[in-house]
Design a protein around this ligand. Structure first.
Ligand SMILES: *Cc1c(COP(=O)(O)O)cnc(C)c1O
Length: 423
């Protein structure tokens, strides 16, 4: 059955036909691809069309799809039962790997999504500090927990949802939002209100307003002002964890947050999130501490198997290879747009990138919002027709995986050239 029929059918029984809003193609028009299967860097839709994939399930699939070792690990685990509601050795294996990869992490709690990881992190920060207010940055997305759905990026930005209906005003008022990359505003806020603030949560490299790297000194300032006021600094490395290095942004920079949230890649394509940090703070979680958090499927054996298999392959992988391929892809795009005379900006950090349809530098959510999203939509549809699967929204990242080949990168640049002819 083709995607169009499936989409019509899905809309009868699933709101918008999708189980996560950005999948619905609202920002770009047309029908979302219903995927039949995927292998390596290729996804195949139910109509049998093949696409070179840069969505990567929105980040997790850094080894490409259906990586044989990961599939085998899942099969093997499934044969021994899919969930026990009791501890397993594989959870220790996962925690030990995360502790080894992140100097700031001494203990780990596994959960089933990035949303749960960030939700737990802010509850823990509030419980640890006995303070209620939290600080986040406009355009950063930390999952869909109530307190974090304020000026959020990703689908919230794409769909133009201003605040977050359903989030009690009293709760939203406890979330203070600042512009990303503005160290001075953060400093002055903490100077005035620091004693009431439990934590600052930040994507160390923003990925959910499109890719926006941190300005030199921005994160360092956050570290300094949280330390001075007794608030916790939470790095949301759900995207950047194991994407930019074996470890996270903090591994590359030597920064030490109090808590780190992980997800996406650490689950190897299965539903996973993780929260880690200093022992004394982590032991404030139940059952050793008073801050409650739980999960029927937390540390699920299939998810641990997929995650561990993924991490063990990644440990030996040359990240410079995917960084180089992403750089070549972006350089190819830039040349073509320059030739065509359409102003664009490309932000790239390692293997994650966003092509912004704007003439101006993109450093925060305001500058990202000035993009020509109509032009992005036409570009997206052209690329899709040419066999390239990009994220169906301007405010998202593209991802190069270890399964991509130089030939696929070249074919993608070629598809861009054909798309631009008719743009
Ligand atoms: C995807 C994402 C989340 C939420 O993770 P889910 O598994 O979708 O709940 C949180 N933070 C960041 C930075 C993300 O990119």
């Amino acid at each position: 059955m083709d995607s169009q029929n499936l989409f019509a059918q899905a809309q009868k029984v699933i709101p918008g036909g999708v189980n996560s809003p950005v999948r619905a193609f609202r920002a770009v028009g047309g029908t979302p691809l219903f995927i039949r299967e995927a292998a390596g860097a290729t996804v195949v839709d139910t109509d049998g069309n093949e696409y070179i994939d840069y969505v990567a399930s929105w980040g997790p699939m850094i080894l490409g799809h259906s990586r044989p070792e990961v599939v085998a690990a899942i099969r093997d685990a499934a044969g021994r039962g899919t969930s026990y509601g009791a501890p397993t050795a594989s959870e220790i294996g996962m925690a030990e790997r995360l502790v080894a990869a992140f100097p700031s992490i001494e203990m780990v709690r596994m959960v089933s999504s990035g949303t749960e990881a960030t939700m737990t992190a802010i509850r823990l920060a509030r419980g640890w500090t006995n303070r209620d207010k939290i600080v986040k940055f406009a355009g950063c997305y930390h999952g869909h927990a109530d307190s974090l759905l304020v000026k959020a990026g990703s689908g919230v930005a794409t769909l133009g949802i201003p605040g977050s209906p359903g989030v009690p005003k009293a709760l939203a008022e406890l979330t203070i939002t600042l512009p990303y990359n503005d160290a001075e505003q953060a400093r002055s806020l903490m100077a005035r209100h620091g004693e009431g603030i439990a934590c600052i949560i930040v994507e160390p490299v923003a990925g959910n307003m499109g890719v926006v790297p941190p300005r030199p000194g921005f994160l360092e300032t956050l570290r300094e002002i949280t330390q001075a006021s007794g608030a916790l600094l939470i790095f949301d490395e759900v995207i950047t964890g194991f994407r930019l290095a074996y470890g996270g942004w903090q591994t590359l920079t030597g920064m030490v947050p109090d808590l780190t949230c992980l997800g996406k890649i650490v689950g190897g394509g299965l539903p996973v999130g993780a929260l880690g940090g200093r022992r004394e703070i982590m032991e404030h979680l139940a059952p050793t501490g008073p801050v409650y958090q739980a999960g029927t499927l937390s540390g699920n054996p299939l998810a641990m198997a997929a995650g561990i298999a993924t991490l063990d392959i990644l440990r030996g992988m040359p990240y410079s290879k995917i960084d180089r391929m992403a750089a070549e892809l972006c350089a190819g795009f830039l040349d073509l747009f320059r030739e065509k005379g359409i102003p664009v900006r490309i932000n790239r950090v390692g293997s994650m990138f966003t092509l912004f349809f704007t003439a101006d530098e993109v450093v925060d959510f305001d500058s990202a919002s000035r993009c020509d999203t109509g032009l992005f939509a036409r570009f997206f549809r052209g690329m899709l027709a040419a066999g390239i699967n990009l994220a169906p929204a301007q405010f998202e990242a593209g991802f190069v995986s270890f399964a991509h080949t130089d030939a696929e990168i070249a074919r993608t640049v070629d598809a861009c050239a054909r798309t631009l002819k008719s743009l």
